[in-house]
Design a protein around this ligand. Structure first.
Ligand SMILES: *[C@@H]1O[C@H](CO)[C@@H](O)[C@H](O)[C@H]1NC(C)=O
Ligand SMILES: *[C@@H]1O[C@H](CO)[C@@H](O)[C@H](O)[C@H]1NC(C)=O
Length: 198
């Protein structure tokens, strides 16, 4: 509609330009220039911002059914997570009071997929709540020589923290704690260290 009006107007001006009267021709030219400038300003400051704003909103809003919603709820790419572990190589020695000797085991690489489930929209405050769900897949190719079936021995953090607390608060209790772990070590074959299959 608007475009049609403008074309019609320009046609009238052209007809006017054919006029032999010089002063009306100049005047009509002036009017054309003003109208074109107004039209350009209108497009630049009123029409364009509204349409782009709407287009951008459609792209970034999280409303159900809108473009961003799907990507946001189920991210289409996997993150790559590297997991570095330190293997205690002298577990028997640690049980007998040696300092643990650790060896870094090269990265176990996992693909991490992120998904949001239980999406609930709250109209009243314009928010969405969800439950985050991460799924990890072992990436054999990226993990190099590691198969994911290695046996890694690492310190039992619970035991270490307990020992640390006792040593700080009441060092006279240490022999008791030491015996406790020595007993359980002899019984179960594990104490300050736990064995974990990956
Ligand atoms: C970790 O250490 C234990 C004990 O020394 C050993 O049996 C095991 O093979 C080691 N694991 C790796 C991946 O090197
Ligand atoms: C741990 O127990 C063993 C066998 O019972 C014993 O020979 C050893 O001296 C004990 N070690 C400590 C630090 O108490």
């Amino acid at each position: 509609m608007l475009l049609h009006g403008v074309i019609e107007f320009l046609q009238k001006i052209r007809a006017g330009l054919g006029s032999t009267d010089r002063s009306t021709r100049v005047q009509k030219l002036r009017i054309t220039a003003v109208v074109l400038i107004v039209f350009a300003l209108l497009v630049k400051y009123v029409v364009a911002p509204k349409t782009t704003k709407f287009a951008v909103r459609r792209k970034i809003a999280l409303k159900p059914g809108w473009q961003m919603r799907g990507i946001w709820a189920k991210f289409p790419f996997a993150m790559i997570d590297h997991c570095y572990l330190f293997n205690v190589t002298n577990p028997e020695g640690v049980v007998n009071g040696e300092k643990p000797v650790v060896k870094e085991v090269d990265p176990f690489v996992y693909e991490k997929w992120h998904e949001k489930t239980n999406l609930r929209d709250h109209e009243e405050d314009d928010t969405v709540s969800y439950t985050a769900k991460y799924t990890y897949y072992y990436d054999k190719k990226r993990s190099g020589s590691l198969t994911g079936d290695e046996e890694i021995i690492f310190p039992n953090l619970f035991a270490l923290i307990l020992i640390e607390i006792v040593a700080r608060t009441d060092p006279t209790m240490m022999p008791l704690i030491s015996n406790l772990f020595n007993d359980s070590a002899n019984k179960n074959g594990e104490s300050q260290c736990v064995t974990e299959d990956f």
